[in-house]
Design a protein around this ligand. Structure first.
Ligand code: AMP
Length: 249
């Protein structure tokens, strides 16, 4: 069984992003970029399934600018077998990405697609769900445990009330939550090995997908600055402030 793992190149989680002065977006010039953390968890899970012998090939895919190749090389250093870059300079929104992934699913016929539950830049939490709908595949989002047995996959998922267990038939879509695993440390020998792995590049047109954005960003603004906190003397003072200043009780 093949596993397809979509990996997104995003602003590194340690970077404090700044809004551009003209309010059209955030400034990502000269900012450190990394693999979306939830996607690292997805690659790790796919590689662990391969190490267990239930998966034969792990294919990482990234959609975006040429530099996404670096993200794919990182995925291959973790253990993905090959990479596919869907190269475009166009702004990509979740529906367009889901359509690109659907085209690759049709081509590669993976038994599982393991995505991150969300990308930490747009926080959309949409792509996996849209891909499942477009491909008419069962989905288990926010996975904290994945077990494959034959053509069935059992997934524990994190829901508001605790854990839910789903049994899905493959091909299926899974999205990862934080507790699924702890991605391995990428070693230098594996970084070197990853440079030699196969990386194919295709364009959205090759996959027959129109990626024109459907949504328009009107304005991006910094959140309002928060005032400094104060220490209260006792519970009565706290209750008084909550009632009369914050007016929340
Ligand atoms: P989102 O719906 O944008 O929060 O993204 C959810 C997941 O979809 C991510 O964790 C990735 O696995 C995948 N994804 C989103 N954008 C891309 C992209 N440009 N290239 C590859 N995978 C992506």
């Amino acid at each position: 069984m093949k596993v397809l793992v979509p990996v997104k190149r995003v602003v590194d989680y340690n970077v404090k992003v700044r809004v551009k002065s003209d309010g059209t977006g955030v400034d990502i010039a000269n900012v450190k970029m990394s693999m979306n953390p939830f996607d690292e968890i997805a690659v790790e899970e796919a590689v662990r399934l391969k190490e267990k012998g239930v998966v034969t090939e792990v294919i990482a895919v990234s959609c975006g600018v040429a530099q996404c190749q670096e993200t794919l090389r990182t995925a291959m250093a973790i253990g993905a077998d090959r990479g596919i870059l869907v190269e475009t300079d166009a702004e990509l929104q979740p529906l367009a990405i889901a359509k690109l992934l659907k085209a690759l699913v049709d081509k590669e016929q993976p038994g599982l697609v393991i995505l991150g539950k969300q990308a930490i830049d747009g926080d959309n939490n949409q792509t996996g769900q849209m891909l499942a709908a477009l491909g008419d595949m069962p989905q288990a989002t926010f996975a904290s445990k994945v077990e494959v047995a034959g053509d069935k996959v059992t997934v524990s998922r994190e829901v508001d009330g605790g854990l839910e267990t789903l049994s899905l038939s493959t091909p299926a879509v899974i999205t990862t939550d934080l507790r699924l695993n702890e991605p391995r440390y990428v070693t230098l020998p594996n970084i070197m090995k990853a440079k030699k792995k196969q990386l194919d590049t295709v364009k959205p047109e090759d996959l027959g997908v129109d990626v024109t954005p459907r949504l328009k960003t009107l304005k991006v603004a910094e959140p309002a600055k928060r005032g400094a906190g104060v220490k209260v003397a006792d519970v009565a003072a706290l209750v008084d402030k909550l009632k009369n200043e914050a007016k929340v009780i």
